[in-house]
Design a protein. Structure first.
Length: 202
């Protein structure tokens, strides 16, 4: 990397240097630039002293210093707040719960949709059977049609209800683990997929 002395401008990409000085016949590779060319343009070679970052940290260029005769670019490190990191993890968890909740189940050998609209339709079917307990209805499953009576509809509704409740119960358990975490490393180490697989049961 390079540093333009007159303008105090760091150059982090060789292509940027070539664009700033199009009149110069630059070599293909930055390491082939001679010191004579750089001296004529008042440009110094610069070492990027990039910090080692944690996954929740970001680094941005701060200033240039000379250490033991070497020009170095220094960086300022900022970290995502613990509260924001927890919020990100909670959002990831909520997305996981929603995907499982609405992803469908198999009840009594039938593939049953569990998206929000289907949940509402199942509730409506139960209400219908309260007024017409001897009726039968045609029900469109995930892959085929079914003929349901009140007992069959109630069985599906119970299975769907159990599934949804298990999803939210699992989310609550993991959510409490996220909330209880006291450090960035602890929050980052909570793998949602692994935790879900360990705690979710139908």
């Amino acid at each position: 990397m390079f540093y333009i002395t007159e303008s105090n401008q760091p150059i982090f990409h060789y292509e940027q240097l070539r664009q700033l000085y199009p009149q110069i016949l630059w070599p293909i590779h930055a390491e082939d630039i001679t010191d004579d060319v750089l001296d004529a343009l008042n440009i110094e070679r610069m070492v990027v002293d990039a910090p080692v970052l944690q996954p929740w940290e970001n680094a941005s260029f701060s200033h240039v210093v000379t250490e033991e005769g070497v020009l170095k670019a220094k960086y300022a490190v900022t970290a995502t707040s613990l509260a924001d990191l927890k919020n990100q993890k909670q959002q990831e968890l909520a997305a996981k719960r929603y995907a499982i909740e609405t992803g469908g189940i198999v009840a009594a050998g039938a593939a049953v949709k569990t998206d929000r609209q289907s949940q509402a339709m199942i509730a409506a079917a139960l209400q219908y059977f309260q007024f017409s307990p001897t009726a039968v209805i045609d029900w469109k499953g995930e892959a085929q049609w079914y003929t349901l009576n009140a007992q069959a509809a109630q069985g599906i509704a119970q299975a769907v209800g159990n599934h949804v409740q298990h999803c939210f119960a699992t989310e609550k358990t993991i959510s409490e683990m996220i909330s209880a975490a006291t450090s960035h490393a602890e929050v980052w180490g909570l793998n949602i997929e692994t935790l879900w697989n360990n705690h979710f049961t139908e």
